[in-house]
Design a protein around this ligand. Structure first.
Ligand SMILES: [Cu+2]
Length: 280
């Protein structure tokens, strides 16, 4: 009898370990350990988990990641996905600059893109993101409201240039400024209409970082921003010689090197009309 029990127990153990071997494919793949969930959108067919590094969205540039799952929690990594952010204001709706969606390189489950929210949500006015995705030829739509917080420092400039075009400048890097020569990245977009905000090509951006609290001193070895053909964003070098509050004064130049917006900082003019702020 004891032997029989033992055999039974052994059989059960073998069966369970076998079945758990087969379940390996369904083991959760954790590619979000450095990310924080912002929002989940659930429908009766799928779930979209939206992540960012901070766990929230704020006014300005936001790098966004998401995973798409079916109702059985299986990741779907072969969907073709588009999205559209929309701000629902009292008087009108408008969109904002945003990227196409790509699969994150070398990841099994993550899709990625960015959205530049040019204004925060408020009590009466709110943002939505609409996802349209197709899986093996079948089309789906999911939409959800997302909260966009006001940024504590100026990371975005929205203005009309001397050419009468409406521009949006978004600070992307440095996200974590250091006392060093930092890589600086900015997105330059124009407002074609309320729904279309394409990247502007072949412009330049001059930078002049200053510390207003310390005699408005600048820093050496800054490199003005030019457009990269790799990501179509604008790249340069930002020199920060000490911690504290910095105002990054800007001048936007078109392809003919004409200043579209922004003034040089001089003894009589302490700041440009367009700038970013950093404090660290
Ligand atoms: Cu708005």
């Amino acid at each position: 009898m004891k032997t029989l029990n033992f055999v039974c127990l052994l059989a059960i153990l073998l069966l369970t370990s076998c079945s758990s071997d087969n379940d390996n494919l369904l083991e959760p793949i954790n590619e979000t350990q450095d990310l924080i969930l912002v929002k989940s959108i659930e429908s009766n067919t799928h779930k979209i988990d939206i992540y960012s590094k901070s766990g929230y969205f704020e006014q300005g540039y936001n790098k966004i990641y998401f995973q798409l799952k079916d109702v059985n929690e299986n990741y779907i990594n072969n969907a073709s996905v588009t999205w559209k952010p929309m701000m629902h204001m009292m008087e009108m709706n408008h969109s904002c600059p945003y990227s196409a969606i790509t699969r994150k390189a070398e990841s099994e489950t993550l899709y990625q893109g960015y959205i530049v929210f040019q204004m925060p949500s408020n009590g009466m006015e709110f943002w939505t993101i609409t996802f349209e995705y197709s899986i093996n030829g079948e089309n789906f739509t999911a939409e959800e409201t997302v909260e966009v917080l006001m940024a504590p420092k100026k990371r975005i400039n929205v203005f009309t240039g001397s050419d009468d075009v409406r521009y949006i400048l978004a600070l992307i890097e440095p996200a974590n400024p250091q006392v060093a020569i930092n890589d600086m990245t900015v997105g330059i977009f124009k407002m074609e209409n309320m729904m279309s905000f394409p990247i502007v090509n072949n412009f330049k951006m001059n930078i002049d970082p200053r510390m207003p609290s310390m005699g408005n001193h600048s820093s050496p070895n800054n490199v003005n921003l030019t457009q990269s053909t790799l990501d179509n964003l604008y790249h340069g070098k930002l020199s920060l010689t000490m911690t504290g509050y910095w105002k990054i004064n800007l001048q936007l130049l078109n392809a003919l090197d004409e200043v579209i917006k922004g003034e040089e900082v001089t003894d009589s003019n302490p700041e440009s009309s367009i700038f970013f702020e950093l404090e660290f």
